[in-house]
Design a protein around this ligand. Structure first.
Ligand code: NZQ
Ligand code: ZN
Length: 386
């Protein structure tokens, strides 16, 4: 296990009615609040009204219409609003897109140039406006990490960023807010969290028993509870387990002490950069093909652990049989969530594959992966996904 510093101070308010804590959390920072939200789901669910009734003592400015795969122009709009209204604290209410955008808005409020600079060079993120979040879609883990992924549709670049101060101060995770999710978003969120655990699992093989056991538990939580949530969208315990597992998947616990970049996310970001595909669905298409591509002797111990510990495959079988069964079970799982399994199903053809492969290798540092990928490898993976 490599050395690491684990530093995550986000306060989590988990469970029903935790929203009541909102005024006391916000007033720590002041009265001027920027409320950031998406395309209207919080209005339809009634959450918008509940929040406004709790915030009657605050000056609330709104930044609405943050799009899935948030655009740099929207983030700039939010940063400008912060400056214009002397915002003390940002309240992000939504899924990963809203929370990601809000983090960079808060950094942009303390930056003189364009916010895209902060995406291309995370070291430029210094001071930020404090952030409180209310999560409505579990999956990304953004509610308890420093990351943001922002898309520049002019340049076809989707890229991650984040500074030392980018952690939310507090996040409210009330599983009842996830009961209004469309089935496909529930599936996408579950695949996303599964992927975070899986990518950390396959990132290095350096005796990180604890991190890997947490990853296994995250994946098993998705396998157990995502089908229940799809069948019974109002099942509180299913929503609660999905939400908490998703938060733990990407708050540092599963990745610390394991060096190296992620491969599948880097390739998925290219899909979203060109085609605005739902993040979790893009991952679900790529994961099985990537697993098949990297299935070689060197990584066999990880495949066997994955097969036995996550999928309950009989360890007495030979290693490669366990590995192939594990990949098949992964495909079956995504299929059972009604997730697409090919790029064709999300209307993506091979037009931009070359540019995507080039950018994935560069931005994703894929040659430094435990199983290094070059541009040709990425092209092969993308072509196999068609
Ligand atoms: O915009 P509204 O109307 O709110 O609708 C959203 C959106 O259309 C809807 N939704 C959210 N909560 C809902 C709901 N609909 C009904 N009921 C609810 N309770 O769901 C749609 C998708 O929302 P979005 O926020 O885009 O989804 P998600 O949470 O999956 O976020 C995806 C973004 O996060 C980035 C992805 O790349 C993508 O841009 N990621 C961020 C990470 C991070 N910060 O650590 C890591 C991830 O790997 C990921 O890359
Ligand atoms: Zn993800």
């Amino acid at each position: 296990m490599d050395n690491f510093i684990f530093d995550n101070a986000t306060k989590i308010y988990f469970g029903k009615d935790q929203i009541k804590a909102l005024p006391s959390l916000l007033q720590i920072f002041g009265k001027n609040v920027l409320l950031v939200y998406g395309g209207g789901s919080i209005k339809r669910s009634g959450l918008y009204d509940s929040i406004h009734s709790l915030l009657h003592d605050f000056n609330v400015v709104e930044c609405a219409n943050v799009e899935p795969n948030p655009h740099h122009t929207t983030v700039q709009r939010g940063a400008d609003l912060c400056k214009e209204h002397d915002v003390d604290v940002i309240l992000a209410v939504g899924g990963g897109s809203v929370i990601d955008a809000a983090k960079v808005m808060g950094a942009g409020a303390h930056y003189d140039g364009h916010i895209w600079d902060l995406v291309m060079d995370a070291s430029k993120i210094k001071e930020v406006v404090p952030l409180v979040t209310v999560l409505t879609l579990s999956g990304t883990g953004s509610e308890m990490n420093r990351g943001s992924v922002i898309t520049n549709t002019d340049l076809n670049i989707k890229k991650g960023t984040g500074g030392q101060n980018s952690l939310p101060y507090a996040s409210i995770i009330d599983p009842t807010y996830m009961m209004t999710l469309p089935a496909i978003q529930t599936a996408a969120g579950a695949i996303d969290a599964f992927s975070h655990a899986l990518e950390n699992y396959f990132k290095a093989d350096n005796d990180t028993f604890m991190q890997d056991a947490i990853s296994e538990a995250v994946m098993k939580a998705m396998i157990k509870y995502a089908p229940i949530a799809l069948k019974e969208p109002h099942n509180y315990n299913a929503r609660a387990n999905l939400a908490w597992a998703s938060t733990l998947a990407l708050n540092g616990l599963t990745g610390v002490g394991k060096p190296g970049p992620w491969a599948v996310h880097a390739i998925e970001h290219e899909l979203s950069a060109y085609h605005d595909v739902t993040h979790g669905l893009g991952l679900g298409i790529l994961i099985p093909v990537w697993l098949g591509f990297i299935l070689e002797e060197e990584l066999m111990p990880i495949f066997v652990r994955y097969g036995v510990n996550v999928w309950g495959i009989d360890p007495k079988q030979d290693d490669s049989s366990i590995a192939y069964q594990a990949i098949d079970k992964t495909i079956e799982f995504f299929k059972s969530l009604n997730a697409p399994l090919t790029l064709g199903e999300v209307n993506i053809d091979s037009t931009h594959f070359e540019a995507m492969a080039k950018s994935a290798v560069k931005l994703g540092r894929l040659t430094q992966h435990l199983f290094p990928l070059d541009e040709n490898d990425v092209m092969m993976i993308l072509n196999q996904c068609l």
